[in-house]
Design a protein around this ligand. Structure first.
Ligand code: NAD
Length: 369
């Protein structure tokens, strides 16, 4: 006998991104207005740095508004983005009586939003979550777009879900407490957006990049908005990364491999900057970008105080091996995405943005960096 289980779904996962200064009141009033339905039980997932700086204000506001919120605090840094940490949070949530009628608030940078979004996606088969981003990197990239994941010993982000938040809050006021190297790290994803889809943003950064370190409000607001626009132009067309979304991976083939090969001594954005330079140098050899524009990419990364060469302590062969953990690998062959000059991507066929690259080709570039 054969039964057809007909389960066609029409899903509307649209959501708002709010950018501004001090958005805790907005978050609480949105929750009161039903952002996560009638749920009153909230799991606030954060890390110990953000906890120390900001969570008392959040917890008080939630309690005052009648929500029953508990905090789940992880040690800050990439090494917390693991299956083990997810399990620890889940067990603590279960012990504290959390069930299906709860929602998750991810309160922090990209490590927190990736881990909390993934946890929300599987807890009790999925509960709603919101992202409250407190780093430039999370604002520029991690908190928007719906990719959630944890790292494994083999490589970053290999286990995860596409899971869209109910809303994203980008609180620029929190950037004031970010260490300079964290602002630099976020700038790498911002430069990436300029390279891949927004020449005006790139040129704006060429004029103003240092002002980000002073948290200049006009500049921070401008880059927040442009980052979201670039990312959304791409994600709205290809949520599940079946083609176009691969362009957001610019610089990440080498960047991700370098993160693990360097045992996370480099921040995500620092590794991405090296990856951006690597794809630009390789792109120059392949005729996709002029020598002058490669220099502009390198110069902008340097002004953002980002590394532009592979650190000496990274062994080239180990780095090359790690490249093969990339999600774009097809039939065991490396594929790279490339910028076309400044502000556009190379397209290699219908909905085809990746180009096959041999180990020797990329080894040649990396060994010279
Ligand atoms: N899902 C995606 O699409 C996507 C895209 C890009 C990056 N990512 C992921 O994002 C992560 C990197 O994000 P990140 O750089 O925000 O990492 P992070 O969450 O580790 O934050 C960086 C550091 O800043 C601290 N911090 C956070 N907010 C602060 C504040 N306001 N003031 C002072 N310190 C603060 C944190 O405690 C941490 O030490 C990586 O895991 C990367 O894989 C995901």
């Amino acid at each position: 006998m054969n039964f057809n289980v007909s389960l066609k779904r029409v899903v509307d996962d649209s959501y708002d991104i709010q950018t501004g200064y001090g958005l805790l009141d907005s978050l609480v009033s949105d929750l009161e207005a039903g952002l996560v339905g009638s749920r009153k039980r909230l799991a606030v997932i954060t890390d110990d740095t953000v906890d120390r700086l900001y969570s008392a204000q959040l917890m008080k506001r939630l309690a005052d508004a009648g929500f029953k919120a508990d905090k789940f605090v992880i040690p800050s840094g990439e090494k917390s983005k693991t299956r083990q940490m997810k399990e620890r949070i889940e067990d603590e949530m279960l012990e504290k009586g959390f069930r299906r009628d709860c929602a998750v608030i991810a309160f922090g940078g990209g490590v927190v939003t990736d881990l909390a979004g993934f946890t929300a996606g599987t807890f009790a088969r999925g509960v709603p979550f919101v992202n409250y981003a407190t780093t430039l990197l999370a604002a520029a990239d991690a908190s928007v777009g719906g990719k959630t994941a944890v790292d494994t010993p083999l490589a970053t982000n290999l286990i995860g879900l596409f899971n869209q938040p109910k809303k994203v809050y980008i609180d620029i006021a929190t950037w004031k407490t970010l260490p300079k190297e964290q602002l630099s790290s976020g700038l790498a994803e911002t430069i990436k957006h300029g390279c891949l889809g927004d020449r005006e943003l790139f040129e704006y950064l060429e004029k103003n990049i240092e002002k980000v370190f002073d948290c200049d409000s006009e500049v921070c607001e401008y880059i927040s908005q442009r980052n979201c626009e670039v990312k959304y132009r791409v994600v709205m067309q290809d949520e599940r990364e079946s083609g176009l979304r691969e362009v957001l991976n610019l610089g990440h083939t080498v960047g991700r491999a370098l993160e693990t090969a360097a045992d996370y001594k480099l921040l995500h954005g620092q590794a991405v900057a090296v990856g951006l330079v690597a794809q630009a140098r390789l792109g120059e050899k392949l005729g996709f970008i002029s020598k002058q524009n490669v220099q502009r990419v390198i110069e902008l990364c340097k002004r953002a105080e980002l590394p532009v060469t592979v650190p000496d302590y990274v062994e080239l062969n180990e780095l090359l091996d790690k490249l093969y953990t990339d999600k774009k690998v097809r039939d065991g062959k490396l594929r790279f995405v490339f910028q076309h000059e400044i502000g556009q991507m190379m397209c290699f066929g219908e909905n085809e943005y990746g180009k096959q690259i041999s180990r020797e080709q990329i080894a040649d570039v990396l060994s010279g960096m």
